[in-house]
Design a protein around this ligand. Structure first.
Ligand code: BG6
Length: 541
């Protein structure tokens, strides 16, 4: 995000991320007059470890196809699928094509574009614990560098369960595939190496630290891209533009004018087919740890000194540091966990979570979580941040709703007009991306009546272009070397520091009971009570 301006194409020997003053700090190259090379990835090979899985088909293949369609991938770009399954290149290409034809925002694939994409798709069969598979992979990649001109630039995407990360990164290292390719590791080959790791990043603070340590033994932090696809969503990136690109909002973005903030990540889907993963994970780890806390950090951060990755991540980190971990007593008061039972969502019958075939029949895993958090900072002291997320809710919506304080004087009350609703600014992340402002207006006529009306900006109406998919944006960022929209090691660890006490109290049984809610409802009544106690109510998006 930071470097989305005109840039020089970096020289192969000089990775963009190695630039002083801070080795951790990737910086944009100087502007190059007259040339807009902003989103063109460099020639590189992307190796997808675990390429035969769901993620490749659903997200990665469509994202790459659309990036190519948009002209953002160079002709040299090559994908290598690395997985255990016996496949040949053609079968792997078919797997990607099927994904594009099913899940791409532009579908079906255009034959000419697909043919050019397919020429750069290869498969490498091997077991992740077999050193020979990596030795062969290294040869395979060298051959691609020679044949396709990918300049030794490599992006490894770990589309595998996190338990396999240590094995894979160590094997990559042993096969000489992990080196940075810059002068700091003299004697290494040319070109850059980066690794993208998927969420969940650990399951608690300790496991996240271990994972960070294991990655750090092999890679520099500048090489590690921890993906949180919410940061790639267009509306989330727009948060920074909305706040810092306009003079209007930033002066009121604080405790003096804002009463409270609600962050909702609501899904209509249950756990369909993902019961095994989900039952070991739960809503707090699945959504709050990454997506919801990242939304909160982007919403609440101070303006960065510059729009560079490290400045941005420093500011987000300050927000997370301001969120104080709860005591067990706070957990019981300030959190609600729920699990859905059978009901109806969008006209479809949904079975109880515990009746899912991959879920334990006595599972205590939460499919809904609501939290009241605070940020101890000059800007936000005393402003509650209410977060909620759930599966099997009545509508799919992600939004940040800001409730402003009431006008200081109820002037119109003297004329018998009832108290007007407080102003609300709702930033809709998805679907119907846009920003809505609710304020009071005089109803036309001779008397004085006030009604709340909407001022409504919608992406779909204001812009004629489709928003790129989050993965499209993030893959390009990783190829370009811009980590702004990826989470840093300290951010993930801090998120776990915030959530660990909640998980511990819930599991110890002293963090409040597990509440049940009917599929198709907005969660358990206890979630409403969490706000009612404070004289507030959840917005019904
Ligand atoms: C993923 C979670 O990270 O995000 C899923 O693991 C969830 O459980 C998904 O459904 C939601 O993503 P989106 O982009 O559809 O809102």
């Amino acid at each position: 995000m930071a470097t989305r301006v005109e840039e020089d194409p970096p020289a192969v020997e000089e990775p963009r991320s190695s630039h002083a003053p801070d080795a951790r700090q990737p910086q944009p190259n100087p502007l190059r007059e007259g040339l807009r090379l902003e989103r063109m990835a460099e020639p590189c090979t992307m190796v997808i470890c675990g390429a035969t899985g769901d993620l490749t088909e659903r997200k990665l293949a469509p994202a790459l196809y659309n990036a190519l369609l948009g002209g953002f991938l160079p002709p040299e770009f090559t994908v290598v699928g690395f997985a255990r399954r016996e496949l040949d290149d053609d079968a792997f290409r078919d797997h990607l094509l099927a994904g594009i034809n099913r899940f791409s925002r532009n579908k079906p694939a255009k034959p000419a574009i697909w043919e050019s994409f397919a020429r750069g798709i290869e498969y490498h069969q091997g077991d992740f614990d077999d050193p020979d598979a990596y030795v062969e992979l290294a040869k395979h990649l060298d051959r691609i560098d020679r044949d396709r001109g990918t300049s030794g630039n490599r992006l490894f995407y770990l589309a595998v369960p996190p338990s396999l990360y240590p094995e894979i990164v160590n094997q990559l290292d042993r096969a000489g595939l992990a080196s940075h390719g810059d002068r700091r590791r003299s004697g290494s080959r040319r070109g850059w190496t980066r690794v993208i790791v998927e969420k969940p990043f650990g399951s608690d603070l300790e496991s996240a630290r271990t994972l960070n340590r294991e990655l750090a033994e092999v890679f520099d932090e500048t090489q590690v891209y921890r993906i949180d696809h919410y940061l790639g969503k267009e509306t989330v990136q727009n948060l920074a533009v909305f706040r810092f690109g306009n003079g209007l909002f930033e002066p009121i973005w604080n405790r003096r004018y804002i009463d409270s903030v609600q962050i909702t990540v609501a899904e209509t889907v249950g756990v369909e087919g993902r019961g095994e993963f989900y039952d070991a994970t739960g809503a707090l780890r699945d959504i709050v740890q990454g997506h919801a806390l990242q939304l909160m950090a982007m919403f609440a951060m101070d303006p960065p000194v510059e729009f560079h990755a490290e400045d941005l991540r420093d500011e987000k980190m300050k927000v997370l540091r301001g969120v104080k971990p709860m005591s067990a007593a706070d957990v019981a008061t300030n959190t609600v966990r729920g699990q859905y039972v059978s009901g109806w969502v969008e006209g479809e019958k949904v079975v109880s979570y515990r009746d899912d075939e991959k879920v334990a029949p006595d599972s205590e895993t939460e499919t809904f979580a609501a939290l009241k958090l605070g940020i101890d900072s000059w800007r936000w002291a005393g402003v509650p941040f209410y977060l909620r997320t759930g599966k099997a809710l009545p509508s799919r919506v992600t939004e940040i709703a800001v409730q402003f304080k009431q006008a200081p004087l109820a002037l119109f009350a003297r004329a018998g007009v009832p108290q007007i609703e407080a102003n609300v600014l709702a930033i809709r992340v998805q679907p119907d991306e846009g920003i809505l402002l609710r304020f009071g207006a005089k109803v036309p006529g001779q008397g004085l009546q006030i009604r709340t009306v909407n001022m409504d900006f919608r992406y779909g109406l204001s812009f004629a272009v489709d928003s790129p998919d989050a993965y499209e944006t993030l893959l390009l960022d990783a190829m370009i070397g811009d980590p702004s929209l990826f989470t840093r090691d300290d951010e993930v660890e801090r998120a776990w520091e915030i959530l660990d006490p909640i998980l511990d109290a819930w599991h110890a049984g002293n963090g409040g009971p597990l509440h049940f809610y009917g599929a198709g409802s907005w969660g358990p009544p206890a979630a409403d009570e969490l706000l009612e106690r404070d004289g507030r109510a959840w917005r019904r998006p």
